[in-house]
Design a protein around this ligand. Structure first.
Ligand code: ZN
Length: 210
């Protein structure tokens, strides 16, 4: 099997009480694993089996006849990115250059959080909210379903927030805004964002020790 389920960067109960161990066990162990398993099935004996995940996402984006491969590949990438975007020691205003950049561009850290939450709340149905950097400018974006900043050429991805119902329904039910605001305040992994910001190559690995 060319693709494997990357290990979670923390224990399944490490994000409690913001995200429960039960949510993580389903989200990681069933949903994320399901995308990996389906991707392996779909790419078996195709040229995609030898490609890196990012390459599959870029090459299949927008191709109607490859949507099944795209959706599963992108969701594997998105979830790898999401787990690393959260940390039990996360949250708070990032110090240093990144903090100054956020204040300069969004007005204040609070306005940044507000805009990020609004992007997630504003996704109609399933999707993702992202912090990206394009030509030196930080941007908050949102994508539908499995789409991501790679497929939509939005720039360098710094942070991901999953706003599919499976990410929050067990803990927050229909209150997506509560989920987003709590995660934004308590779990954002600024070390990961800073590392992504400093990356110069397109092929970075998100499977890092944090
Ligand atoms: Zn998810």
């Amino acid at each position: 099997m060319p693709f494997t389920l990357a290990a979670l960067p923390y224990a399944q109960d490490a994000l409690e009480p913001v995200i429960s161990a039960k949510t993580l066990s389903y989200h990681y162990g069933k949903h994320h694993k399901g995308y990996v398993d389906k991707l392996n099935e779909r790419v078996a004996e195709t040229r995609y089996a030898a490609m890196k995940l990012e390459e599959i996402v870029v090459k299949t984006a927008g191709s109607a006849d490859k949507s099944d491969i795209f959706n599963n590949a992108a969701q594997v990438w998105n979830h790898d990115f999401y787990w690393n975007s959260l940390s039990p020691k996360g949250g708070g205003e990032p110090p240093g250059d990144l903090g100054r950049k956020i204040e300069k561009q969004f007005g204040s850290y609070e306005e940044f959080l507000d805009e990020f939450a609004k992007a997630g709340i504003g996704c109609f149905g399933s999707g993702w909210a992202w912090l990206v950097e394009s030509r030196g400018v930080l941007k908050i974006t949102k994508t539908a379903n499995a789409e991501n900043p790679l497929s939509e050429k939005q720039g360098k991805t710094l942070l991901a927030l999953d706003v599919w119902e499976h990410a929050y329904y067990l803990d927050y039910q229909n209150k997506r805004d509560d989920y987003l605001k709590t995660v934004l305040n308590k779990l954002l992994n600024w070390d990961f964002a800073r590392m992504n910001l400093s990356e110069t190559t397109k092929r970075r690995s998100v499977h890092v020790e944090i």
